[in-house]
Design a protein around this ligand. Structure first.
Ligand SMILES: Nc1ncnc2c1ncn2[C@@H]1O[C@H](COP(=O)(O)OP(=O)(O)OP(=O)(O)O)[C@@H](O)[C@H]1O
Ligand SMILES: Nc1ncnc2c1ncn2[C@@H]1O[C@H](COP(=O)(O)OP(=O)(O)OP(=O)(O)O)[C@@H](O)[C@H]1O
Length: 569
């Protein structure tokens, strides 16, 4: 066997600011040309492993190393960041911190420029990848002004043009719309085949990654490797679920229907499942026919009339002519193509940017009101909690809005503590925010909005990049709030989240609202799915594969069984 391109030998690493090691006695060998998926719960050490491969450890993030880590023949403890940069190209979790160029084009070209590639060749390469990733129209735009998903695609293009022997992707799918996510996975396969590159992907969304080739899944828990197997072997065990990793939906559905997974030779794709009578019968027995949902009485809360916004005159698809009424008690998902205008719409509703048209809240025109007055009625939870948090202590962060409104301290104390209890943060009430995980910080930002008791809460991708446990905690908490009467709007790229939790979907494409319907109708309309860059979940594929007449019944049975489980936990 050839010498592995990556070798960890009894490797441990302790960050200087931590008292205990984050990585513990790792032994891992990766051969040239392999594709490895690193999975595991939040905080288990996946990104820390990534930082060893690209030289950030120990060159930028200092700490103590024991054992050895060899990357492309170099010992990371003795190699500069610069020398390792030729071996490993990285797309970081936080793509914002990665931009160097003034324009998207410059940014994608950066590594080529560094390698002194001739200009004509550089332009050809940049154009090719920009076209593949749908970025051609954005080449002159400043990276900072891109939408979340567009930023992710630019970072990806930068890595793909680089042609390094090792490509490291840290959560490449977190902000991508479902169609772009699938395209990205296919592109990674394509470039790997062309360059014989070694690919490491860190991702919570393993079902999406398995749409491409994966040689091994390395499962991490608490800084240790607890499994290193092929996806098929691992899907036949309980290890993924035990480690808090979300199973592919179709695998979970088969388990719920009591199908014995050991009888299925290949579990990695729906298409490879055997179409035996035994499995069809078990699925049919499990599925409960659903009765039609009762129509609720609707009371309008927020009405948008011909709403739009144009950032500048060159913008190809500005947000235009949005007409919609959100009713009290709705749980709305806002979905669609990266860059379609979803965040822009939410910024308009909150009054952060000017708009064309009219925004009415309970028949009152919001244009007459200040941002502060709007914030009494409408709470907005941004995608990145770090952009919202300004205080050191959890209590103070949640109390801030009330203090700004001169609410008496005794009332503040009462309201903050009550909200912390609702959000499951009461045990941490005296903690500094710096000691919380990302998911917990996210809940602090939800608490700081909730304490102001707004009638409408808008959340921008609250589950992006979260592990399965945090995802479930956040979503079940929002469901409870909705059941208590709060109206919730949530931007998401997670199609199953949309199906499981929301009762109404607004789909956007190229600056236009193209559908306002139920999640099921949206995903069963092929035209809308294509236009809004969406994707059916694997539960639809499973229903089709076993010729289940009504895929809606299968999905509803699945969702109900999850709700029952949550209820018992
Ligand atoms: N720069 C740092 N300094 C000190 N400690 C750190 C640093 N970065 C990470 N850690 C600690 O190391 C642990 C593992 O973090 P890491 O980012 O590797 O986890 P992860 O598995 O990638 O999680 P996620 O899925 O949330 O991204 C965490 O508990 C964190 O507190
Ligand atoms: N400050 C800005 N200046 C210029 N253009 C901008 C600015 N902010 C956003 N845009 C552009 O407006 C369009 C809509 O962006 P928006 O953030 O609303 O998209 P989105 O639907 O939320 O996308 P994503 O799913 O990727 O988060 C994008 O094409 C984006 O590049």
């Amino acid at each position: 066997m050839d010498t592995p391109i990556i070798q960890f030998k009894d490797f441990s690493f302790k960050y200087n600011s931590q008292s205990a090691p984050t990585l513990k006695h790792l032994n891992l060998q990766i051969q040239k040309g392999e594709k490895i998926l690193l999975a595991g719960p939040s905080g288990s050490g996946k990104s820390t492993i990534g930082r060893c491969l690209n030289g950030l450890i120990p060159n930028v993030d200092h700490g103590e190393i024991a054992g050895t880590c060899l990357v492309n023949g170099k010992d990371i403890a003795k190699t500069s960041l610069f020398a390792l940069s030729f071996s490993t190209s990285t797309i970081l979790q936080d793509s914002d911190s990665q931009f160097i160029g003034m324009t998207v084009g410059e940014d994608i070209a950066f590594s080529l420029e560094n390698d002194q590639t001739p200009r004509a060749q550089m332009h050809a390469v940049v154009d090719k990848w920009a076209k593949e990733l749908g970025l051609s129209e954005l080449l002159k735009q400043a990276p900072q002004t891109l939408s979340g998903g567009q930023k992710q695609l630019v970072a990806l293009a930068g890595v793909l043009v680089d042609e390094s022997p090792i490509l490291l992707f840290d959560e490449p799918l977190a902000n991508l719309d479902p169609a772009s996510g699938l395209k990205t996975i296919k592109l990674i396969d394509q470039i790997q085949a062309e360059l014989h590159a070694t690919v490491i992907i860190i991702e919570h969304r393993i079902e999406e990654v398995l749409a491409g080739r994966v040689d091994r899944i390395v499962l991490i828990d608490d800084g240790q490797i607890i499994a290193d197997q092929t996806p098929n072997e691992l899907l036949h065990t309980d290890l993924l679920e035990k480690d808090g990793v979300r199973l592919p939906l179709y695998v979970k559905a088969l388990k719920k229907a009591h199908v014995d997974l050991q009888d299925i030779p290949l579990l990695t794709q729906v298409a490879s499942l055997p179409t035996t009578n035994a499995i069809s019968t078990k699925l049919t027995h499990w599925i409960q026919p659903q009765s039609a949902e009762e129509q609720r009485k609707t009371i309008p809360l927020l009405t948008l009339k011909q709403v739009g916004h144009r950032y500048d005159k060159h913008q190809r698809y500005p947000l235009e002519d949005v007409n919609v009424t959100i009713n009290q008690g709705d749980f709305v998902s806002i979905v669609g193509q990266n860059g379609a205008g979803k965040t822009t719409l939410c910024r308009i509703i909150c009054g952060f940017i000017a708009n064309e048209g009219q925004v009415l809240f309970k028949d009152q025109d919001l244009a007459q009101q200040t941002i502060k007055e709007r914030a009494e009625k409408i709470g907005y939870v941004m995608q990145d909690p770090n952009q919202m948090i300004s205080q050191k202590m959890i209590f103070d962060e949640v109390a801030l809005g009330l203090r700004l409104r001169n609410v008496p301290e005794t009332e503040i104390k009462e309201r903050v503590l009550k909200t912390l209890k609702i959000c499951g943060l009461y045990p941490f009430r005296n903690w500094p925010i710096s000691a919380l995980s990302f998911g917990q910080k996210k809940r602090v930002t939800i608490a700081s909005i909730l304490v102001l008791a707004p009638e409408l809460i808008i959340l921008d991708e609250p589950t992006a990049g979260q592990d399965w446990k945090t995802y479930s905690e956040i979503m079940n908490f929002l469901r409870q709030l909705n059941q208590q009467g709060k109206t919730i709007m949530i931007i998401t790229h997670d199609m199953h989240l949309m199906m499981e939790y929301t009762n109404r979907s607004l789909a956007f494409a190229k600056g236009k609202l193209i559908a306002d319907t139920t999640p099921l109708e949206l995903l069963t309309n092929p035209d809308l799915v294509a236009q809004a860059s969406l994707r059916k979940t694997s539960l639809f594929e499973l229903a089709q594969h076993y010729q289940i007449p009504n895929s809606a019944d299968l999905i509803a049975t699945y969702v109900n069984s999850e709700m029952e489980r949550d209820h018992h936990e």
